[in-house]
Design a protein around this ligand. Structure first.
Ligand code: HEC
Length: 439
C-alpha cells in the first residue's frame, strides 16, 4: 500500500489531519465463533483485542498478513462485552455478561486474576491513565470501581438506571458515568462520591469518550452525537443519526473522534473543530464498536459478523460492502419446524459438525448417547462436567423444560426454556437426525 500524503481531502471537503500508513493492514480479523461486541487496539497499533458473544477474546497480531491469532483468551462464562489494554507493564482487562472482571496476562494468554461478581451484564470497562484503577458499568444500576494493584472491587456507585458507559478523567481522579435514563454523572474516584450531575439527555446514553480534558463526547439511543463541556455543562449536538449510536471513540492522538450507529454507519469528526470529515455505511447491521488505527486513515469495526473489518476513512471506501447475506446468525427459512427452532435458539452458540467452530457452546455433533460435559477439549463449567446425565430425548427435554439453570445449577449456558411441548419435541427430533454422526 502506498503511503498517503500528509493531508487528504475527504469526500466532505474537509482535510483529514493524520495520515501515514506504511505496512498493509489485514482486511479482516477472522477467528471468532460469534458476533463481536468490542475491539480495541494497543497504542502502537500492532496488536488488537476483540471481545465476542462466543465467550472468548482474541489477541491479534496486526503486523502479520493475514492477521495472526496470538492468543484466544478463555475464562468468561458469558458473552464478553468490552476489553481494554493496560499501560506498561501490560495486560488487559475485560467484562461481560457474567459479571466477572478478568485481568489477562497477554504473554501467556491466560487469566492473571478474576475479580468475581454475581452474574450481571457489564457493557463497558475503563482504565485510569496510570493503569491503577478500573471502572465498569453494570445493569444493576451501578458503576463499580476496582483497584488493579490490590485486585479488588473497592466501591459501587449507585445510579437510577442501568449504567451503559464509564470513562476516567485525564488525570484519573474523576470518573464519568452514563446511564440508560440519559444521566451523565461525575464522581470522585478516591471517595467514590458523586461530585455532580453533568447532564440529562432525554434518551438513554449508550457510549461516552473523553475527547479532551474538558470535553466528553456522548452517543444516545435517539441517535444524538454530542459534546458536553465539563467546564460549562453546555452541550453541542454535532449530528443526529436515524439509529441509536452504539459506540463513540477517539483516535489515539485525540485528533479524530467519531461514532458508529445501529444501521452500519460510521461518522468521523475533527475533535478540535467538530467538523464532520467523513461518513459512510461500513456494514449491514449495527456497528457495535470500532477503533481508530494510530496515524492512519483506517478503522476496524465490529458487529453482527464473526470477523472485524477494516474501513478506510479517507479517501473513503466507496466500494460495495462485502458481506455474505444472510449471515450465519440470521435466520434462514426452513420447512422443518425443529430446524427453525435450532436456527433461532441454538445455532449462534452450537454447531452440528465435529468442530465447535469456536462458538460459545460445545458442538452438538454426536450428542445422543454423549455423557454430559464429556467432549474432550471443550472448557465445560464444573457444574456441567459433574452432571451425571447421558443426553437423549428425555434428558434434553428436561433440560429445556426446567431450564439449564435448574437442571444444572452453575452452568454457563444461558437461561432459556422451551415450554411449548410440540416445539420442544420438534427440536429434539431435528437434533436426533442432525447430530447423528456420518460415517
Ligand atoms: C448463548 C449461547 C448458547 C445458546 C443460545 C445455547 N447454548 Fe447450549 N450450551 C452453551 C454453553 C456455553 C454450554 C456449556 C455449558 C457449561 O459448560 O456449563 C452449552 C451446553 C449445551 C449442552 C450440553 C452439551 C454437552 O456436551 O454436555 C447441550 C445439550 C446444549 N447446550 C444444547 C443447546 C440447545 C438445544 C440450544 C437451543 C435450544 C442451546 N444449547 C442454546 C451455550 C449456549
Amino acid at each position: 500500500m502506498r503511503a498517503l500524503a500528509l493531508t487528504a481531502i475527504t469526500a466532505l471537503g474537509a482535510p483529514l489531519p493524520v495520515l501515514a500508513q506504511s505496512s498493509p493492514l489485514p482486511e479482516v480479523l477472522t477467528g471468532h465463533g460469534g458476533p463481536i461486541k468490542s475491539i480495541t487496539l494497543a497504542d502502537d497499533g500492532r496488536r488488537a483485542l476483540t471481545a465476542s458473544f462466543d465467550y472468548s477474546l482474541i489477541l491479534w497480531d496486526l503486523s502479520a498478513q493475514p492477521a495472526r491469532i496470538l492468543h484466544r483468551l478463555l475464562g468468561h462464562d458469558g458473552a464478553v462485552n468490552d476489553v481494554a489494554f493496560l499501560p506498561p507493564p501490560g495486560g488487559a482487562v475485560s467484562v461481560g455478561d457474567d459479571g466477572q472482571v478478568i485481568l489477562w496476562d497477554l504473554e501467556k494468554g491466560s487469566p492473571k486474576t478474576v475479580i468475581p461478581g454475581a452474574p450481571v451484564k457489564m457493557l463497558d470497562i475503563a482504565i485510569s491513565p496510570d493503569g491503577r484503577w478500573a471502572a465498569s458499568s453494570a445493569w444493576d444500576n451501578s458503576a463499580r470501581l476496582y483497584d488493579l494493584q490490590n485486585l479488588a472491587e473497592i466501591a459501587r456507585l449507585p445510579h437510577r438506571a442501568p449504567v451503559n458507559a464509564v470513562a476516567f478523567s485525564a488525570d484519573g481522579a474523576r470518573l464519568f458515568t452514563a446511564a440508560g435514563n440519559g444521566e451523565i454523572t461525575e464522581w470522585d474516584r478516591a471517595s467514590a462520591q458523586q461530585i455532580r450531575p453533568l447532564y440529562r439527555h432525554g434518551w438513554g446514553i449508550n457510549s461516552i469518550a473523553l475527547i479532551a480534558p474538558d470535553r466528553l463526547a456522548f452517543g444516545g439511543l435517539d441517535g444524538s452525537f454530542g459534546i458536553l463541556s465539563l467546564a460549562s455543562n453546555q452541550v453541542t449536538q454535532l449530528a443526529k443519526s436515524e439509529r441509536p449510536i452504539q459506540s463513540v471513540k477517539t483516535s489515539p492522538d485525540g485528533a479524530l473522534m467519531g461514532y458508529g450507529d445501529g444501521a452500519g454507519q460510521v461518522a468521523v469528526f475533527a475533535s478540535g473543530s467538530g467538523v464532520l470529515l467523513e461518513r459512510g455505511t461500513v456494514t449491514y447491521g449495527p456497528v457495535w464498536d470500532f477503533a481508530f488505527l494510530p496515524n492512519s486513515p483506517y478503522i476496524y469495526h465490529v458487529g453482527l459478523d464473526d470477523f472485524a473489518a477494516l474501513w478506510r476513512i479517507s479517501p473513503r471506501d466507496f466500494g460495495p460492502i462485502e458481506a455474505e447475506l444472510p449471515r450465519r446468525f440470521q435466520i434462514r427459512d426452513s420447512e422443518d419446524p425443529g430446524e427453525l427452532e435450532f436456527l433461532r435458539k441454538c445455532s449462534i452458540c452450537h454447531t452440528l459438525t465435529p468442530d465447535d467452530g469456536n462458538r460459545a457452546g460445545p458442538t452438538l455433533y454426536d450428542l445422543f448417547g454423549r455423557r454430559a460435559g464429556s467432549l474432550p477439549g471443550y472448557p465445560y463449567s464444573p457444574a456441567l462436567a459433574a452432571l451425571d446425565v447421558t443426553w437423549n430425548a428425555a434428558s434434553l427435554s428436561q433440560l429445556f423444560d426446567d431450564g439449564p439453570d435448574i437442571m444444572v445449577p452453575g452452568t454457563k449456558m444461558p437461561i432459556q426454556r422451551l415450554k411449548q411441548v410440540d416445539r420442544r419435541d420438534d427440536l429434539i427430533r431435528f437434533l436426533e437426525t442432525a447430530t447423528a454422526p456420518v460415517d
